[in-house]
Design a protein around this ligand. Structure first.
Ligand SMILES: Cc1cc2nc3c(=O)[nH]c(=O)nc-3n(C[C@H](O)[C@H](O)[C@H](O)COP(=O)(O)O)c2cc1C
Ligand SMILES: [Zn+2]
Length: 616
C-alpha cells in the first residue's frame, strides 16, 4: 500500500495487512496524536507491521500579496470565497510528527520530497526502523542511499498524487515513466538496497512487469482508493474507475507542488494559460535546503568567516538591503557617501552622512558597537551559536575564535542580546489557537529560602525541593513561538500575571494538573493528568513545551553548566530564539544566523557597558 496523505484510513491499512500486504499511512496532514492513534488501531488489528510516511518540509513560501489575491479570486470561482487568512495556514509541526512516528514504532518509516535530517536517520537506525525513501530520478536514488536509506521507492511519472521530486521547481522537468526509471535505478543502487516500484501499477500484470525489471516489491496507490476500506466518497471512487490514463494530467492546482490528478474542469482551468500561478518556491532556497548538510560544512570556509572585508560587506547587505542608512538621523543612501579610502586614517567601512554631518559604520547602534573583535569572528560566533541546538560555551568560542575567554564570554552575551525578542509582541493564541504552559526548575537559587510560602520550615532542609531552584515558565503556541520567563517565585500570582499578559483571551490554554494555573483569562483551560500517566487526550497535551524544556535543560547542563541566576533570562532568550527559528519552520542554520544578525540593531547592553565594550 502506497502511503497516501488524506486517503489512508486505518481500515485500509488493516485490510491490506490482512490480505498479506503492508499497510501504510501518509501522515503529512496528521497531528502527532492522530498518528499515534492510527498506529495503535492498525497494530491491534494486524500482525503489527506498517509504514509511516512524511513529506520533508519545504521552506516557507514567499508571500506575495498581489499573487495571493489573484489566486483567491480564481479559487472563489470554484467554491466558497477564500479569506485572506487562508494564506497564513501552516503545516503541522514536522519535528513533533517525527517524534510521534518514533513513538509509534513502525517497521518502516518513509520519506518523500527529500531526505530526512541526519540526526533523525540516526534515531531510526538506533531503533531498527527501516527507512524507505521515495525517489523520482537516478540522482535522487543515489543521494538517498548515500544518506542511509534502507530501500528506495522509485516513483514513475504515472503515479497518482504528488510527485516526490526533491526539488519542487524541477518536478516538471524530469518526468520519467516508471519502466524507464526502474531499471536505471536498479542498475545504480540495486546492489546496495532493494528497489520498490510505484506509479501506475494496479493489478497483477503491472506487478509482474515491475518484478521482471528488477523491483523487489511494488506499491499501489490509486488502485486501492476504490476499495470500500478506503472510505472515499462514491462519486470520487467512481470517477477513478471510469478514468482512462489520458484522463489524468500533471498539475500544480492543489498545493503548488506538481502532482497527477483527474483532469476535472477545475484542474483544466487551473492549468490554463490565464490562470494565476502559485509562486511558492524559490529555487536557490530549495537547493540550499536540500544540501543543508553539505552547506553547513562549506559555510565555515565561506570568506565571511575568514576575511574582515567580506564579513563587513555581508553584514552591510543584511542590514541595509537598499543601501546604507544613517543610524543617527535615518537618512538614506542618496545623502550618504563612503569615506573609506579617501584618507589613510579612515576606518574601514566608514560612511559620512550629509543629513546630520555625522559618521558611522555598519556596527554603530548595534550590539557590536565599539567591539575590537574583527567582524569575521563575530559572524562566525553568531553562526556557531545559531547552529548549535544546545548552544555553545564561552570556552568553546574562546578556542574556536582564538579570542580570550573573557572576550568570548561577552560575545556570547551580546549575541544573546541580539537574539532577544524586542518591543511589543502580540498576545499568543489569538483566533482560538492553542497555547501550552508549563514550568520547570533548574539549578539552585543564590539565596535559598529556609521557610515555605506558608511560613513553616522545609521538611528536607533548605535548598532541596523546587522552592529553592530557579523556576522557568514557558508559554508555547502550538506550531508557533515560545516565550520563556525566569520567575523569582513559582506561585499562582506570578504565573497568572504572566499568562494573562501574554496569552490572548481567545486562546485554548493547555497545562498539566499543577495548581499554579487557575482562574486565567482564556477561552478554555484544559489539563492533562500526568500523575495518572495521561500525556495526551485528543489534542490536549503539553508535549511541545516539554520538548522545549528538554532541549533547554540538556543545553544548560551539558553546555553552559555554570550560569549565574542574574543571567538566566539571557540564556532563555537564546533557547527561545533557536526554537522560534527551528528547522521544522523551514529555518536552517544559515538563515537562522542571518535572522539573528538582523536583530543586532537598536540593542545595546545596559549592564557594565563600558568595561564590556573594552573586553569584547
Ligand atoms: C491521494 C494520494 C495521496 C498521496 N499522498 C502521498 C504521501 O503523503 N506520501 C507519499 O510518499 N506518497 C503519496 N502519494 C503517492 C503514492 O505513495 C504513490 O507514489 C502513488 O500513488 C503511486 O502511483 P499510483 O497511484 O498510480 O499507484 C499519494 C498518492 C495519492 C493518489
Ligand atoms: Zn545622519
Amino acid at each position: 500500500m502506497a502511503p497516501m496523505a488524506g486517503a489512508c484510513p486505518a481500515s485500509l491499512a488493516i485490510a491490506v495487512a490482512q490480505a498479506g500486504g503492508l499497510g501504510g499511512c501518509g501522515a503529512l496532514l496528521m497531528r502527532p496524536e492522530a498518528i499515534r492513534a492510527w498506529a495503535a488501531e492498525v497494530r491491534s488489528n494486524t500482525n503489527g507491521g506498517f509504514q509511516l510516511n512524511l513529506w520533508i518540509p519545504d521552506p516557507p513560501p514567499h508571500r506575495d500579496a498581489t499573487n495571493e489575491t489573484l489566486v483567491r479570486t480564481f479559487l472563489s470561482k470554484w467554491g466558497p470565497d477564500v479569506p485572506p487568512e487562508a494564506g497564513d495556514a501552516s503545516p503541522v509541526d514536522f519535528v513533533a510528527q517525527c517524534e510521534a512516528i518514533l513513538d509509534a514504532g513502525p517497521a518502516i518509516v518513509s520519506s518523500i520530497m527529500g531526505l530526512y535530517p541526519e540526526a533523525f536517520v540516526a534515531r531510526l537506525k538506533e531503533r531498527g526502523i527501516k527507512w524507505f525513501a521515495n525517489v523520482t530520478t537516478v540522482a535522487e536514488a543515489r543521494a538517498a542511499v548515500d544518506a542511509g536509506a534502507d530501500a528506495v521507492v522509485a516513483q514513475g511519472m504515472e503515479a497518482g498524487g504528488h510527485r516526490g521530486a526533491f526539488d519542487a521547481d524541477k518536478a516538471g522537468e524530469a518526468l520519467v515513466g516508471l519502466f524507464a526509471l526502474l531499471p536505471a535505478v536498479v542498475d545504480a543502487v540495486g546492489h546496495r538496497v532493494p528497489v520498490v516500484a510505484t506509479g501506475g501499477i494496479a493489478d497483477a500484470r503491472g506487478i509482474a512487469a515491475a518484478l521482471i525489471l528488477g523491483a523487489s516489491a511494488v506499491q499501489i496507490g490509486t488502485g486501492l482508493l476504490r476499495t470500500p476500506e478506503a472510505k472515499l466518497a462514491t462519486a470520487w471512487a467512481d470517477a477513478i474507475g471510469a478514468a482512462q490514463p489520458e484522463d489524468t494530467v500533471p498539475t500544480r492546482a492543489f498545493s503548488g507542488r506538481l502532482g497527477r490528478s483527474i483532469a476535472t474542469a477545475y484542474v483544466r482551468a487551473a492549468n490554463g494559460a490565464d490562470a494565476p500561478h502559485y509562486v511558492l518556491y524559490k529555487s536557490d532556497e530549495m537547493a540550499y535546503f536540500q544540501n543543508q548538510g553539505a552547506n553547513a560544512m562549506q559555510d565555515l570556509t565561506n570568506p565571511i568567516f575568514n576575511d574582515v572585508d567580506a564579513a563587513r560587506a555581508h553584514l552591510e547587505a543584511l542590514r541595509w538591503p537598499h543601501g546604507p542608512e544613517c543610524p543617527h538621523c535615518s537618512s538614506t543612501s542618496e545623502r550618504i557617501i563612503r569615506v573609506e579610502g579617501t584618507k589613510k586614517t579612515h576606518r574601514k567601512g566608514l560612511y559620512y552622512c550629509n543629513g546630520c554631518k555625522g559618521q558611522f559604520t555598519v556596527t554603530v547602534g548595534t550590539v557590536l558597537e565599539q567591539s575590537h573583535v574583527p567582524l569575521n569572528k563575530w559572524l562566525l560566533a553568531f553562526y556557531l551559536m545559531c547552529g548549535s541546538k544546545k548552544g555553545i560555551s564561552a570556552h568553546q568560542l574562546h578556542r574556536s575564535l582564538k579570542v580570550s575567554y573573557k572576550t568570548a564570554w561577552f560575545m556570547g552575551h551580546r549575541i544573546r542580546e541580539a537574539m532577544r525578542a524586542g518591543g511589543l509582541t502580540e498576545p499568543m493564541g489569538g483566533n482560538g489557537g492553542i497555547v501550552e504552559a508549563d514550568e520547570t526548575y533548574f539549578g539552585k537559587v543564590e539565596n535559598p529560602r529556609t521557610v515555605r510560602t506558608d511560613g513553616k520550615p522545609f521538611k528536607r532542609g533548605g535548598g532541596k525541593g523546587p522552592a529553592n531552584k530557579r523556576a522557568v515558565l514557558s508559554l508555547v503556541e502550538r506550531d508557533g513561538e515560545v516565550r520563556s520567563f525566569h520567575i523569582a517565585r513559582a506561585d499562582k500570582e506570578t504565573v497568572t500575571e504572566i499568562v494573562n499578559k501574554n496569552v490572548s483571551r481567545e486562546a485554548r490554554l493547555m497545562t498539566d494538573e499543577s495548581r499554579l494555573y487557575g482562574g486565567l483569562q482564556v477561552a478554555s483551560h484544559e489539563r492533562v493528568r500526568h500523575a495518572a500517566k495521561e500525556y495526551a487526550r485528543g489534542d490536549v497535551s503539553t508535549n511541545l513545551v516539554e520538548g522545549y524544556f528538554s532541549v533547554f535543560k540538556r543545553g544548560m547542563k551539558g553546555v553552559y553548566q555554570h550560569c549565574s541566576e542574574k543571567h538566566l533570562h539571557r540564556y532563555l532568550a537564546e533557547f527561545d530564539f533557536r526554537f522560534n527559528n527551528r528547522v521544522s519552520k523551514g529555518v536552517h542554520d544559515t538563515e537562522r544566523t542571518e535572522r539573528a544578525l538582523i536583530k543586532i540593531e537598536g540593542k545595546r547592553l545596559t549592564y557594565r557597558r563600558t568595561d564590556e565594550a573594552q573586553d569584547a
